[in-house]
Design a protein around this ligand. Structure first.
Ligand code: ATP
Ligand code: MN
Ligand code: MN
Length: 382
């Protein structure tokens, strides 16, 4: 393998939005180690430490070569002392004792287990851990203390932790499009999130709805949800008016108080399998779904779905904001703020010195406003 020139290596940007990051990359073993450390830090409530490991992993994901020695790290941004130590250990021994200790620790394993429940975050998981709870069975005995989302999460634990395939995501797009068409013909449903970045599977399905006539979309989400519910397509749903405030992430939640907020809904869909196919079997989902038969659990699967509705003028911002990855989004906002004195969110781009909103008809125009080279979704896997 040809080593890159020194000059090429110096060109790695500290901002993920200036790096091309395809889905498949050449430093898997290293990034997995760093991401375990990032996760562990998050479990401890150390957001800053978590971000540092996460950034280091993200830089390695963007490299078109495999890192073979610590010397190469001197050319790279965002690799802190601790990350460097972990990388060095893995390069020398094939594995890092520190990372292995984390992976084997009871606290890490329990936290990971609990946080796979929909509706459970770091706070709840660590509280349960401190109360001595360790397994899903322990939680079931604890049932009274679970919120609505968590109860649904527990009920559908297995389904929600089995990856959603692209074919399943596409089936959900069809169901939602059918619902939307009834109330607002001409409205579009766009698959965003990881699937738009080219991932073959994901933890949920992210959908963005809009209509070319601004204002027509008002009230659409609640009608769509009511219809889906009446047709037994929903196992759980929770509708909100402010997408960005729901985020625990500080940098991502930069938003303007007077702005319109996007309607969104976190839900669990009941996806039906066509007659004769068996859930979890080798046959992929095919169009031809019918309403669920609650008596036969092998014929349907619970799938997490995020529905977002954007006014047409905000659509490019919403599309950019909901396509991710999270690292990419965080750095887009950080770049806007620190390099351009602009505030970017899922609705708008605001120039803080000129005090004007910059409109955009496409994602490309947003990148132009920011003076950034356009990054196609497949290269936003930071
Ligand atoms: P996966 O395949 O695991 O679902 P993903 O990249 O699609 O991966 P999501 O958690 O579904 O991950 O998030 C997709 C994008 O939507 C993120 O990049 C994030 O910016 C945005 N997003 C998610 N939740 C919110 C929220 N509550 N408010 C605003 N934006 C959000
Ligand atoms: Mn997603
Ligand atoms: Mn999502």
């Amino acid at each position: 393998v040809q080593a890159e020139s020194l000059e090429d290596r110096c060109q790695v940007s500290p901002y993920a939005c200036q790096r091309r990051t395809p889905l498949a990359h050449k430093n898997q073993v290293l990034t997995e180690a760093l991401e375990t450390m990032a996760e562990e830090a998050r479990f401890c409530g150390s957001e800053g430490r978590s971000l540092a490991f996460s950034r280091a992993a993200s830089v390695l994901k963007s490299l078109p070569w495999t890192v073979r020695g610590v010397k190469e790290l001197h050319f790279l941004p965002c690799i802190g002392e601790h990350s460097r130590k972990i990388i060095q250990e893995v390069l020398e021994d094939g594995t890092s004792t520190e990372v292995e200790n984390v992976r084997q620790s009871e606290r890490y394993q329990t936290m990971k287990h609990f946080m796979k429940i929909f509706g459970v975050g770091v706070k709840t998981a660590s509280q349960w851990y401190q109360e001595g709870l360790r397994t899903i069975n322990d939680l079931q005995a604890h049932h009274a203390k679970l919120g609505k989302a968590q109860q649904a999460g527990l009920l559908h634990y297995r389904d929600l932790n089995s990856p959603v395939k692209r074919s399943e995501a596409e089936a959900i797009v069809q169901v939602v499009q059918k619902a939307v068409d009834q109330f607002l013909p001409g409205a579009s449903v766009t698959l965003t999130g990881g699937f738009r970045r080219g991932k073959p599977s994901g933890h949920d399905v992210d959908l963005l709805i809009t209509h070319p006539v601004e204002g027509q979309e008002v009230g659409l989400l609640s009608k769509v949800i009511s219809w889906l519910d009446s047709q037994d397509f929903l196992l759980y749903h929770s509708t909100h008016r402010n997408a960005s405030q729901a985020l625990e992430d500080q940098e991502l939640s930069v938003s303007m108080t007077a702005m319109d907020r996007l309607d969104h809904c976190f839900s669990i869909f009941c996806l039906n399998y066509p007659h004769g196919s068996i859930k979890g079997g080798s046959r992929a989902w095919e169009p031809g779904y019918e309403l669920k038969d609650p008596g036969d659990a092998t014929l349907w699967k619970a799938v997490r779905v995020d529905l977002v509705v954007a006014p047409y003028s905000q659509f490019p911002f919403a599309l950019l904001g909901w396509t991710g990855s999270r690292n990419f989004e965080r750095d887009l906002r950080r770049f806007s703020k620190h390099e351009k004195k602009m505030v970017l969110n899922s609705h708008t781009l605001y120039h803080t010195e000129k005090k004007i909103f910059l409109s955009a008809a496409s994602e490309e125009e947003i990148f132009q406003h920011l003076g950034l080279e356009f990054m196609p979704p497949e290269e936003r896997n930071a």
